[in-house]
Design a protein around this ligand. Structure first.
Ligand code: GLA
Length: 741
């Protein structure tokens, strides 16, 4: 940034040469985009650049941002100035949002403001800043959407090559934000298979902290493209200034947090530039994915609620629709089933009150039957030996039991032992001349290739055309990219793979959604490998993790729901001992945890001991009657963090928008010594409303709260709180709060 002053002197002369002239009124003009409670402010400097000025709580008067003291006034101390979309060249020495190799080989980009237009639709203001390079014919449009009620903003750019030659994009982030605080604390999310979405909070020191994925596909398993940034102090639930961010992209991403020599923090978010140079021919343009962000002046609780509200309304397929309770066959049967096993599971599911049966992996392949993960992937014909009467028999059986039917597919992938691999070796992602590395015995299909897109579309379309009653699809993706290489892309376009793969995937999804808007689709990628706001507009939910252990899920769902809404968080009651962790947990604990998200079951119902069946049925009824609506549309309040509690407790609640109904979940994550009981201070209630508090999902007459069944006003419940008698590991309690008039 110290170079800017030097550049400022040059700018005067280049301004004179510039073909872009600015009316005096445009210079020092303040451009602001506001939501109900937040604001983003830019000004155009005297040198014609669009400058980022402010992002934070909404101000009453933004005129005060002008005039901006320009750095080409020699007598004044230059104010910090960061461009709205900093490019490389002429002074910017931090990580730039944009770097380009121009048609003439020049590495310099110098964007100046051309014009601003604004459009409004219901609840959303969309501003477009047009910026043009002063010399090269490259045009950047910076888009900002301000979602009024949700206090969420979205930013992305389009970059157009208006020159006669070829332009190579080297870096093309979606968004740039800048902050000034005494300290910066970054919460980000990491994990692995069966252990997704752990949280870590770290102080940002001078230098660059990067959160990224270079895996191409299944990119959110080891890091998620989202974060919470807290200014001055570590993030608190209900106080302090923080920013939540999430990139809406399912491919390689990079989030960069740079504390520079002035102690300013610059945040870049976008597609990972790693080996991803993108060529734009004459007249072509490139659009980046959206980066979503939200600001809270009262802690991270508001960040989550803003994202959840936004997702339900704009970012998640059928975001307001209640989801059916499902039984998935995977952990109950794995690959070992025949018609009888499945119809027995359906019988039991129907009796328990389950509403949807999902047939997982193992139903397809004949030449290479899919009886394990070793073969058959890619051959989407029904396995005639296992299912001689075909899928329709199972669908009709489900229907006769009052169940909807769902099915697992993994159409982006192929086993080398498959008819598909034999027929179309050229569709497989690989590097010529090298031995292919399999992962879970499978390879990736090259979705940059329109023929492969057609095939993947065909897998879905044929299934849904042949069986229009299929209600639900679980779309899996069980490997990432290791040996990048496309036989479709030309040799000088290999770096396009990362972007074109995801664009190909989204194109297939667009077709699916256009023809099948009502089919429910779950995003699964070995569990939580595709949990991002790029994929969620196409999906109704995601499979949070292959780890179905209830205690693990207390932590994982706490973190997942920092950014993504509970209704999208598939959460299943599984067998005990748990198949991933070996832990033995009571059925009540398993239900009480699963009911805080999209409730499902993933076990062989026959393995539920007879004595526990009545409880399971009652819990399912409670979910339908009382909890589901709150999980779908309610506001989430985290009361006790499993991460932060000095004792072994966790609690959260969901409150209806009208504050007339709520559900409280409390869990013991470990043993608590005698006398240690959690007092839970409720949140989100109306202090003046009176609520009856009723425990549900009870396994004995013992009251987890001495006041069970009594009425209290919201102020009491929030200030005095509720002391719970849960002390042993895996103790849990669920309470319903209903307004009484
Ligand atoms: C992945 C998914 C599981 C299951 C299996 C089937 O691991 O995450 O839920 O569907 O594939 O092979």
């Amino acid at each position: 940034m110290t170079c800017v002053l030097r550049w400022g002197l040059m700018a005067v002369s280049s301004l004179l040469l510039s073909s872009i002239t600015h009316a005096a009124s445009q210079l020092n003009q303040v451009y602001q985009l506001s939501t109900d409670n937040t604001q983003l402010v830019y000004t155009v400097g005297e040198d014609g650049r669009l400058i980022f000025r402010y992002y934070g709580p909404r101000l009453s008067n933004t005129d005060q941002f002008a005039p901006w003291r320009s750095y080409n006034r020699p007598d004044c101390q230059r104010e910090a100035n960061y461009e709205a979309y900093p490019s490389f060249g002429l002074g910017y020495v931090n990580e730039p949002a944009l770097s380009v190799i121009n048609a003439n080989g020049s590495l310099i980009t110098e964007l100046v403001f051309d014009n601003y237009v604004q459009q409004s639709s219901e609840g959303v203001i969309h501003g477009i800043f047009t910026l043009r390079d002063r010399v090269a014919a490259v045009c950047v449009q910076l888009h900002v959407e301000a979602y009024q009620q949700e206090d969420v903003m979205a930013q992305w750019v389009t970059i157009a090559n208006e020159s006669k030659g070829e332009v190579s994009l080297q870096r093309f982030y979606s968004s740039f934000l800048n902050f000034r605080a005494n300290n910066y604390y970054l919460t980000h999310f990491y994990g692995t298979w069966a252990g997704e979405m752990n949280r870590v909070e770290e102080t940002l020191e001078p230098g660059i902290k990067v959160v990224e994925s270079k895996k191409g596909v299944r990119t959110t398993q080891s890091e998620n493209p989202s974060f919470i940034l807290s200014l001055d102090h570590p993030a608190q639930e209900n106080s302090g200034h923080c920013i939540g961010g999430a990139l809406a992209w399912s491919g390689n991403y990079k989030l960069s947090f740079e504390v520079d020599e002035r102690d300013y923090l610059s945040v870049l978010a976008g597609i990972n530039p790693f080996l991803a140079a993108y060529k734009l021919n004459k007249g072509e343009q490139f659009q980046t994915p959206k980066f979503l962000f939200t600001y809270s002046a009262n802690g991270q609780g508001t960040i989550s609620r803003n994202f959840h509200d936004w997702a339900r309304r704009y970012g998640l397929h059928a975001g307001m629709k209640e989801r059916p309770i499902l039984l998935n066959s995977w952990e109950g049967a794995y690959f070992n089933f025949d018609e009888q096993v499945l119809t027995d599971m359906m019988d039991d599911a129907a009796q328990m009150g389950v509403e949807l049966f999902v047939l997982d992996d193992g139903w397809f392949g004949n030449k290479y039957p899919r009886n394990s993960d070793k073969m058959g992937l890619g051959d989407w014909q029904v396995n005639a030996k296992k299912l001689p009467r075909g899928l329709q028999y199972l669908i009709d059986y489900a229907t006769s039991k009052g169940l909807k039917f769902g099915i697992w597919i993994e159409p982006e992938m192929v086993n080398p032992k498959s008819e598909l691999a034999e027929k179309h070796p050229e569709w497989i992602v690989q590097s010529p001349g090298r031995e292919k590395i399999t992962m879970r015995n499978q390879l990736l299909l090259d979705l940059t290739n329109p023929e492969v897109q057609e095939f993947v579309w065909g897998v879905v379309d044929k299934l849904l055309t042949a069986h229009p009653d299929i209600y639900y699809i679980k779309w899996d993706a069980n490997r990432h990219v290791e040996q990048v290489g496309s036989q479709y892309l030309s040799s000088n376009e290999q770096t396009h793979f990362w972007v074109d793969y995801i664009r190909g995937l989204y194109e297939v999804y667009d077709r699916i959604r256009a023809k099948y808007p009502d089919v429910m689709i779950q995003a699964c990628a070995s569990g939580g490998g595709r949990v991002d706001y790029g994929s969620l507009p196409y999906h109704d939910e995601f499979w949070t993790s292959d780890n179905s252990d209830a205690l693990q899920r207390v932590y994982m769902q706490y973190v997942t729901n920092l950014i993504y809404p509970p209704i999208a968080t598939a959460s299943h009651v599984s067998a005990t001992p748990n198949h991933q962790t070996g832990s033995v947990t009571p059925i009540k604990f398993r239900f009480d945890v699963a009911m805080s998200g999209r409730l499902g079951l993933e076990l062989q119902p026959k393995d539920i001991p007879a004595g526990e069946m009545a409880f399971a049925r009652e819990a399912i009824t409670n979910y339908k009657n009382h909890v589901r609506e709150l999980v779908t549309k309610g506001d989430l309040y985290r009361l006790i963090s499993p991460y932060a509690c000095t004792n072994n407790h966790a609690a959260n609640m969901l409150v209806s928008k009208d504050k007339r109904k709520a559900v409280l979940f409390a869990y013991c994550t470990g043993f608590n010594r005698r006398g240690i009981r959690p007092t839970v201070h409720l949140q989100g209630l109306d202090p003046a409303k009176v609520y009856r508090i009723t425990e549900i999902n009870k396994v004995s007459k013992r009251k987890a709260f001495w006041g069970d069944g009594n009425c209290y006003d919201g102020a009491y419940l929030q200030q005095v709180g509720v002391e719970l008698q849960i002390a042993r590991q895996y103790d849990s309690a669920v309470f319903l709060l209903e307004e009484v008039k």
